[in-house]
Design a protein around this ligand. Structure first.
Ligand code: FMN
Length: 187
């Protein structure tokens, strides 16, 4: 079984990115399981915490290390990623020398109410993941301008074009994760 964690870059109860994440999880092929990785209990990061890392941060790092790959669904806040998501990635990257994203295959997607569908935020996220040495899926890019009619309450996707895009994204993500999983097994 290939386990892929998905991270919602929003703390909002009604997050549209969670709806997209649930839709992606529902498209998992046989032998693949998507699990949400939750970081809502994290405090604000400071390197003062490095010497005695909070339990929530240890559990967060372990959750990332325990999955074969990660999908990050990012909203776009002020043309970048939300502060809460950046805080969670900061925690995962530290204490120095224990970067939980090192070598971890990642795919990114995002939905916003704006016309560019998180394209600007995703470029920032790619730069962060590159610095963390996380191999990041290049294509397909998923920049969704969110329309409530496109998604049902239980993760179903009603818009055929959106469904095809997400199916292609899931297939490419699984191939990306399995490629890197096998690389690390053979290393
Ligand atoms: C502080 C803040 C900044 C935002 N900035 C942008 C932006 O730069 N581009 C954009 O398309 N939408 C922006 N939005 C609107 C978001 O697309 C919208 O709130 C969306 O629902 C966020 O995703 P979420 O529901 O998963 O949190 C912003 C929203 C907030 C609260």
């Amino acid at each position: 079984m290939t386990r892929i964690g998905y991270i919602i870059g929003s703390l909002a109860a009604g997050s549209i990115n969670r709806q997209v994440g649930q839709a992606i999880a529902s498209l998992a092929p046989e032998g693949v399981e998507f699990v949400e990785l939750n970081y809502s209990e994290l405090p604000q990061y400071s390197y003062d915490l490095d010497a005695d890392y909070p339990v929530a941060a240890r559990e967060w790092k372990q959750a990332i290390e325990d999955v074969d790959g990660v999908v990050i669904l990012t909203p776009e806040y002020l043309r970048s990623i939300p502060g809460a998501l950046k805080n969670a990635i900061d925690f995962a990257s530290r204490p120095w020398g224990t970067n939980s994203f090192n070598g971890k295959p990642v795919a990114i997607a995002g939905a916003s109410v704006g016309a560019i569908g998180t394209a600007a935020a995703q470029q920032h996220l790619r730069a962060i993941l590159g610095h963390l040495n996380a191999p990041t899926l290049g294509q397909p890019e998923v920049f969704l301008k969110f329309s409530p009619d496109d998604f049902g309450a239980n993760g179903e996707v009603n818009n055929p074009a959106t469904l095809a895009l997400l199916e292609g994204f899931v297939a490419a993500t699984v191939a990306h994760v399995e490629l890197h999983t096998h690389e690390s097994v053979n290393a």
